[in-house]
Design a protein around this ligand. Sequence first.
Ligand SMILES: *[C@@H]1O[C@H](CO)[C@@H](O)[C@H](O)[C@H]1NC(C)=O
Ligand SMILES: *[C@@H]1O[C@H](CO)[C@@H](O)[C@H](O)[C@H]1NC(C)=O
Ligand SMILES: *[C@@H]1O[C@H](CO)[C@@H](O)[C@H](O)[C@H]1NC(C)=O
Ligand SMILES: *[C@@H]1O[C@H](CO)[C@@H](O)[C@H](O)[C@H]1NC(C)=O
Ligand SMILES: *[C@@H]1O[C@H](CO)[C@@H](O)[C@H](O)[C@H]1NC(C)=O
Ligand SMILES: *[C@@H]1O[C@H](CO)[C@@H](O)[C@H](O)[C@H]1NC(C)=O
Ligand SMILES: *[C@H]1O[C@@H](CO)[C@H](O)[C@@H](O)[C@@H]1NC(C)=O
Length: 275
Amino acid sequence: MEQGEPGPRKKSWRRRYIVLGVLGALVLIVVIAVVVALVLRNDTLQFKGIFIDRCKKFNGYDCKKVWEAFEQAYVGRDPCDVPMEAYDPFVAATPFEPACNRMMFWSKTKDVVHEFTAKSDCFVTLEDTVLGAVADGLIWCGKEGSSETFTTDCPGWRDCVNNPVRSFWNRVSAAFADAACGNVTAMLNGSIETPFSSQSIFGSIELLRFNSTRMESLNIVMVTQKNPVANCTNESLNILQRKLDKGIQYYCNDVSEAQLEECSNNSQTTCGACW
Ligand SMILES: *[C@@H]1O[C@H](CO)[C@@H](O)[C@H](O)[C@H]1NC(C)=O
Ligand SMILES: *[C@@H]1O[C@H](CO)[C@@H](O)[C@H](O)[C@H]1NC(C)=O
Ligand SMILES: *[C@@H]1O[C@H](CO)[C@@H](O)[C@H](O)[C@H]1NC(C)=O
Ligand SMILES: *[C@@H]1O[C@H](CO)[C@@H](O)[C@H](O)[C@H]1NC(C)=O
Ligand SMILES: *[C@@H]1O[C@H](CO)[C@@H](O)[C@H](O)[C@H]1NC(C)=O
Ligand SMILES: *[C@@H]1O[C@H](CO)[C@@H](O)[C@H](O)[C@H]1NC(C)=O
Ligand SMILES: *[C@H]1O[C@@H](CO)[C@H](O)[C@@H](O)[C@@H]1NC(C)=O
């Protein structure tokens, strides 16, 4: 017994060191994982990355400058106190050549219109320009006393009027409409009671900025499904016409979704002359 005692004791010490070593390694791994997760979850870096990547798809812009002009609009500010003018520097940093006769506006037809413009290559929406593309589908805001960009807990579209996302879309829509030239097209939704709303961005901003010195006509495409609810005869379109700058020709065509699909299939040959 006396000779055998040190053996097991040494063994158990060694075991303890091994256990401690393994525990230590585990703790280290967890700490590293948490740090990595925190860095990866850095909203500012993640949001900026998406923004810059999208900006780089367009030629001729200094995307770092574009980002800084965008960010200064809301960073460090109360997210309910960002007026649309806050994005004036962003608009100044993203000049674009208007695609006269190919500009496409829309209201309540977002999915269909983008499916259409992506396929046909004839028309250009705001979201197809650098102005809209960088932030399409994103949510962001700042906080007082912080230099970060947040992507959660931001005020929603209706929570307050002067929120960073809403003011952004108001401002870039105004810029896009200011440039509208030649024959302009707008897609409205014939599956709802009131296809034209004076409260929509199209009705409250874009339409009011259309200018007859640059624009020749406004061509409404009323997209109808199998059982259309409204069409070009709807009273809301008379309201639209009354708000349109005198001297701009107004046209409206009821176009079924099936017809639209056919148009985008034959875009190369018809490009616009489809309705
Ligand atoms: C996110 O990254 C930016 C830029 O590196 C840094 O200034 C900021 O402190 C980071 N924020 C957090 C919450 O880690
Ligand atoms: C029109 O609005 C309805 C209801 O919101 C929607 O289901 C439909 O997809 C829209 N139509 C088009 C052409 O976008
Ligand atoms: C607008 O469309 C009309 C009729 O399709 C056409 O005669 C006119 O040349 C077009 N305007 C421009 C600026 O291309
Ligand atoms: C159209 O542009 C002209 C010249 O830039 C300006 O005087 C006029 O007020 C504008 N009209 C509208 C409806 O914005
Ligand atoms: C347009 O809608 C009205 C009722 O809202 C209906 O009476 C008329 O037949 C429709 N016109 C077409 C061409 O579908
Ligand atoms: C359009 O093209 C797609 C495939 O490219 C086809 O599945 C569809 O049936 C076509 N639609 C029309 C109306 O020609
Ligand atoms: C379209 O016009 C508006 C008025 O602007 C009416 O309120 C709607 O009822 C009308 N829609 C249809 C389907 O008639």
